[in-house]
Design a protein around this ligand. Structure first.
Ligand code: ATP
Ligand code: MG
Length: 360
């Protein structure tokens, strides 16, 4: 019987500290999966990918390796249960894309809707780096090098997984093997978290858009960000009927509040449905909603913040953790790399049949 594949791979670009979008889109799920004890999990700090649009600012990437590691530990990823490694130190991740890029057409890359949107957002125009355009190929290498079956991510990553599956199927077909594994996404349970909106109500909370609540924001910063959040522009006076749909305050409440929060901080409503109904009818002010959201968020983020501060006290230990895990990740991915070379037929110096014919 085939051995069940329970390998997980996912990661984040070290272009800044991690935010609520990362938390609900992927981190939370990673911790849940880790704690089931049923998976082999690899979590990657994607510094190579971060360089694809930050080549001129490597210092930013260097700084954020530490930030992202701290965020990982703060949310509950544990290095002895989840391998936390650095992408640039895994040779397979630079070599595999070379092979895979021959299996993908330019027009296929250009059709990727996430890439299209990201290119537009960054105003690359004629200055689009080749490395940026091809990062979905590199991402396919990240996933397949670890033979990962599951990839916990937000919705923006679905086109990347589609691309990875296509590469896997082409590779296995062309080189007549079954080495590479077709990965599947694990999306958040709550659909508002698939692509969490920013505090400005914009389509996605993203480091690049400056509309983030960071996991490390202190109490005061968090409160300020919540109090100045975009709401419903047509809800001018408290008595006016308001819209909850597309209103980030209510989207966050949908994502984070529970009936227990209402009992504790806003007992005049039993649940979010009742609160929404009042807002839509008119008579419920934005201030009150934001104050409640602030209580909910502070309660959720305080323990993460405290843990983060604790871990930040021993940075040498963080570096040790990364180094050790990266070595382990390298071993695992080197094995895949060797199999890939063999499948393509370029493993000349270890291939008995080739050697025999060569020397004859
Ligand atoms: P950048 O602006 O540098 O691209 P980012 O904020 O988009 O940063 P990434 O490192 O590209 O973050 O994404 C890491 C993971 O977090 C991915 O799985 C992605 O789907 C998820 N993610 C990022 N932002 C959100 C969001 N707003 N909602 C849900 N998931 C998100
Ligand atoms: Mg991104």
């Amino acid at each position: 019987m085939e051995k069940e594949n329970n390998i997980i791979l996912t990661g984040d670009r070290p272009t800044g500290a991690l935010h609520l979008g990362h938390y609900v889109g992927s981190l939370k799920k990673r911790v849940q999966l880790q704690n089931t004890g049923k998976y082999d999990a690899f979590v990657m700090i994607a510094d190579l990918q971060a360089l694809t649009d930050n080549a001129e600012n490597p210092e930013k990437i260097r700084q954020n390796i530490l930030e992202v590691t701290l965020d990982y530990l703060a949310v509950g990823l544990e290095p002895d249960k989840t391998n936390l490694f650095v992408q640039s130190h895994i040779p397979a991740l630079t070599e595999l894309p070379m092979y895979y890029s021959n299996l993908v057409t330019m027009s296929r890359l250009e059709r990727n809707p996430t890439i299209k949107q990201e290119i537009k957002m960054r105003n690359f125009e004629r200055n689009l780096p080749v490395g940026f355009m091809t990062y979905p190929i590199s991402q396919a290498a990240d996933i397949t090098a670890f033979r990962a079956k599951y990839v916990p991510v937000g919705e923006d990553q679905l086109p990347m997984l589609e691309q990875a599956r296509e590469i896997v199927s082409s590779f296995n077909r062309i080189y007549k093997c079954d080495i590479l594994v077709e990965p599947e996404a694990i999306l958040p349970d709550n659909s508002t978290c698939n692509r969490l909106v920013g505090t400005d109500g914009g389509t996605k909370m993203s480091k690049s858009l400056g509309n983030c609540i960071y996991l490390k924001d202190d109490e005061k910063t968090l409160k300020q960000k919540i109090m100045s959040m975009y709401t419903d522009p047509t809800h001018i006076n408290v008595a006016d009927p308001g819209h909850t749909e597309g209103n980030p305050v209510f989207i966050y409440l949908e994502a984070f509040s529970t009936d227990e929060h209402f009992a504790e901080y806003l007992p005049e409503y039993k649940n979010l449905a009742e609160m929404k109904e009042h807002y839509e009818r008119g008579g419920l002010g934005d201030m009150k909603c934001k104050k409640f959201l602030n209580c909910v968020m502070q309660e959720m983020l305080a323990p993460i913040r405290t843990r983060r501060e604790e871990f930040a006290k021993d940075k040498g230990e963080l570096l040790n953790i990364l180094k050790k895990s990266t070595e382990k990740a390298r071993e695992v991915s080197d094995e895949t790399l060797a199999q890939v070379r063999r499948a393509i037929g370029i493993d000349y110096f270890n291939d008995a049949e080739f050697i025999e014919k060569f020397v004859k």
